[in-house]
Design a protein. Structure first.
Lengths: 177, 155
């Protein structure tokens, strides 16, 4: 059983409270169709568990397979630096079939971010190190594809369908009691 | 569960096709760490399958000067197409004829299905296995075990 090697911390993108009984960490790739499917499942899961669940998203772009994955990830990190990580994360999954510079500029505009600053940040690879750190930490933690989920630091090896995540998270809640 | 070779065992040599017209012997790589990744078959329908994952992780393996070899019973043309499709940057060896012979020498052959187990081996510069792991056939073992084993190798 693989365990998360990098604890959730200050540089992470987190939804929910530190006091939540369960932390769900997802390592994902914005160009991966399985992650697009997981995106709406996670939202349902979050709705179901409310305050009991904290969700964290980390980057794991499969750059050899997915040519847009890296810049999509860097775009979300840019947005994150301006307080708009989750909005950008959501919009990219909602528009997965249009990933590319044009979409990023459009979304930056939509989120009241400077598309010029975004373009510059991507060109300078300003957020490449952060994305790479996520990736390395994921490899170390036993991420074995995308999406890979960790529930309270344990890699979730079952499918990530709604029922499977519910069962696993319920079990984690029970074991913290 | 099959019993794969364990740490301390000399890694059995083999010579397998790596392209349609070239063969690679394990002993040719003596002097650098080698990672052997036996796996059941090319073309499993998921992104980030095990070989694609290792392709992404290759720079991490290179830090240890380790060579990664993927081995399945698929033939050379199948490997060639799979390599192209996944843009793989490491060799895939065809344990095709005699079928599964190399995998068998490592205790990593599933006779009932005629495919290799999902088994990993890290071999040190001197040709000794220092770590091995067999994963349930349906679970991608990831790269963390390999990296930990590479870190533990004598410098």
């Amino acid at each position: 059983m693989s365990t998360l090697k990098i604890p959730v911390g200050q540089t992470d993108h987190i939804q929910g409270d530190e006091s939540a009984a369960v932390t769900l960490v997802e390592y994902g790739d914005y160009e991966c169709p399985h992650c697009a499917r997981a995106y709406s499942i996670v939202k349902k899961v979050q709705k179901h568990f409310g305050k009991q669940l904290r969700f964290v998203f980390r980057n794991f772009p499969l750059t050899e397979m997915h040519p847009n994955a890296e810049f999509a990830a860097e775009t979300t990190e840019f947005a994150g630096a301006h307080g708009k990580f989750w909005e950008m994360h959501d919009q990219l999954f909602e528009n997965q079939n249009r990933l590319g510079g044009e979409l990023y500029a459009e979304l930056a505009h939509k989120l009241n971010l400077s598309s010029a600053d975004l373009a510059s940040a991507l060109e300078k690879r300003e957020f490449a190190a952060k994305v790479h750190d996520d990736f390395s930490g994921g490899v170390r933690s036993g991420v074995n594809g995308t999406p890979t989920f960790f529930i309270n630091n344990q890699r979730h090896d079952a499918p990530f369908d709604y029922e499977d995540l519910l069962t696993a998270i319920d079990a984690a809640i029970t074991s913290t009691k | 569960m099959a019993s794969i070779l364990t740490a301390g065992t000399p890694a059995p040599d083999f010579k397998l096709p790596v392209t349609p017209d070239q063969r690679l012997a394990l002993s040719e790589l003596r002097g650098r760490p080698v990672i052997l990744a036996f796996y059941p078959a090319d073309w499993s329908p998921v992104c980030g399958d095990q070989m694609a994952l290792y392709n992404e992780v290759l720079p991490e393996f290179s830090k240890f000067n380790a060579e990664l070899l993927g081995i399945s019973v698929d033939g050379v043309w199948c490997h060639e197409a799979f390599t192209k499709d996944r843009h793989l940057k490491f060799p895939l060896l065809a344990d095709f004829e005699p079928k599964g012979a190399a995998a068998q020498s490592y205790g990593a052959y599933r006779k009932s299905e005629g495919v290799c187990e999902r088994a990993l081996f890290v071999i040190a510069k001197d040709g000794l296995i220092t770590w091995s792991y067999i994963s349930p056939i349906a679970v991608n073992p990831g790269a963390d075990g390999i990296l930990t084993a590479l870190e533990a190798l004598p410098k």
